[in-house]
Design a binder for this molecule. Structure first.
Ligand code: BG6
Length: 484
């Protein structure tokens, strides 16, 4: 349940994540009446700003395109509960001053209970000092204390373990909420329902019926000024190791005993532990080059010259358990492609040959974004006085079927869960550990830790990806409908 008398402290309040994601999500929750009663929002960052300047920044991404007076009023109310403190990230006194500010706010609460939720919109280099200073200076004994943190959690298994154990000195697992914002997306949350509330989907959910699965992430833009961050991490760390692997784990885990956070996460960890590390033979790397008037990755000034960092990666995972043995799970993600799309495509096996042959395979597609949808590609009789099968779709497109529904933003859903203390959609420490185990060898190979670094193949900005991709997915049994 939500706790009255909660202060949400946004650390890194003047940064990009806070402006683009955290504040808009907090505002969305505020407008819909989902924030705790008497909530206060305190920003903290190094930049010295007065209140007016801070309010301008914190609200710069709140949308009100048609100057709707109701939204204008809500923005003013949101400003009224927002204050700001500036200070460094590594000095105890700065956090003592933050604490004094929080105590001042709490002194006006009717009850003695005070709850504090700290949101880290921070670069990973300051995670540990901030965690330490918050624990030492800003920890309350009257109510809950929570921290919300987000990737990057290290760069490989060892560095992630080191980071996690440093943070663990100050904050317990129960107090920690590790965001993977894909877990807050409506269609990712829908996977549990699609799988376990339907006997029809559940029944054909294994190696006997499924030929191959693709989980695809496509973005139509490049790094565009974010090259400094991106080049250090690359496509695998940016998207595959976290977002796509999370989707995979929910898609493939066994049925949890209950909806409780630990039951769900136990099953996710179990299936992830059945996946051996990815091999280079199962990996295809690409980097975009200038095309269609758009710059190549290396043309971005924030990217180091001659970088061979992959901006595209496709890689196949295998799950060694009785349900999935032999089914390839192809994760692929790329920047600067032809469209924005994230989807799961489950391709079933061919029907038994006989009365029908050479007809298209069934596919169940779960489109995570844009335009949330679930559709089943299937064959039906062509209407008319003859019997011929044709491929068609059973289509559940959300904006057509649920015309009134507002699909929540991922960060809104997750911040609300964290305020309620529900860990189901947050990443547990052992999930992170096993995710790094799967990806660390391939990342070390890409980083050149065991010899020459592999060169990504080029693909044009705005294309479907490297030309090698079609051959890559066919190798794992994927059949295009018109291939047959
Ligand atoms: C982030 C990555 O985690 O996810 C970005 O760092 C990526 O590179 C983003 O663009 C994608 O998120 P979404 O919600 O737009 O699919």
């Amino acid at each position: 349940a939500l706790k009255d008398n909660t202060i949400i402290v946004v650390l890194g309040a003047s940064g990009d994540l806070a402006k683009k994601k955290t504040f808009p999500a907090l505002f969305g929750l505020f407008r819909q009446g989902f924030l705790p009663r008497d909530v206060k929002i305190v920003g903290y960052a190094r930049t010295k700003m007065d209140k007016a300047e801070y309010h301008k920044r914190a609200t710069s991404y709140l949308k009100n395109p048609n100057d709707d007076p109701e939204i204008t009023q809500a923005i003013e109310q949101f400003k009224a509960l927002s204050t700001y403190v500036s200070g460094s990230y590594d000095e105890g006194e700065a956090f003592a001053a933050l604490n004094a500010h929080l105590e001042e706010i709490e002194s006006h609460y009717a009850s003695k209970e005070a709850n504090r939720v700290f949101y880290f919109a921070l670069p990973p280099s300051v995670f540990v000092p901030v965690a330490k200073n918050l624990k030492e200076q800003c920890y309350v004994t009257t109510g809950i204390n929570r921290v919300i943190v987000e990737k990057p959690f290290g760069k490989d298994l060892d560095s992630a373990r080191e980071l996690l154990s440093s943070l663990k000195q100050y904050w317990t697992e129960d107090e920690t909420f590790r965001i993977d914002h894909y877990l807050g997306k409506e269609m990712v949350k829908n996977l549990l329902v699609l799988r376990f509330a339907n006997i029809a989907t559940g029944a054909a959910w294994d190696k006997n019926y499924i030929s191959n699965v693709q989980i695809t992430f496509k973005e139509p833009f490049g790094t565009e000024g974010r090259g400094g961050y991106f080049d250090e991490f690359g496509m695998i760390r940016d998207v595959l190791q976290n977002h796509l692997l999370q989707v995979l784990s929910i898609l493939t885990m066994e049925r949890p005993v209950s909806f409780s956070a630990e039951d769900i996460r136990d099953e996710k960890v179990k299936v992830l532990r059945s996946i051996p590390p990815i091999t280079k033979e199962d990996t295809l790397l690409g980097q975009y080059v200038a095309a269609n008037g758009k710059p190549g990755y290396l043309d971005d000034d924030t990217v180091p010259p001659n970088s061979i960092c992959p901006t595209f990666a496709a890689t196949t995972l295998w799950i060694h358990n009785p349900r999935w043995e032999g089914v390839p799970f192809i994760l692929k993600a790329g920047k600067a492609l032809n469209e924005a799309k994230v989807e799961v495509r489950i391709q079933y096996k061919d029907v038994t040959q006989g009365i029908f042959k050479d007809i298209a395979r069934n596919e169940l597609v779960i489109r995570i974004q844009p335009s949330e949808a679930v559709y089943l590609k299937m064959n039906a009789k062509t209407p008319g006085l003859y019997t011929r099968a044709m491929p068609t779709e059973m289509d559940l497109t959300y904006k057509r079927r649920f015309t009134e529904a507002k699909i929540p933003e991922a960060y809104e859903a997750l911040i609300l869960d964290a305020l309620k203390g529900d860990h189901s959609n947050f990443v547990r420490h052992d999930e992170l550990d096993v995710a790094w185990k799967i990806f660390t060898p391939i990342l070390h190979w890409i980083d050149g830790k065991n010899g020459a670094r592999p060169r990504p193949v080029p693909y044009p900005y705005g294309s479907r990806g490297p030309k090698e991709l079609d051959g890559f997915i066919q190798k794992y049994g994927f059949k295009r409908a018109n291939d047959s």
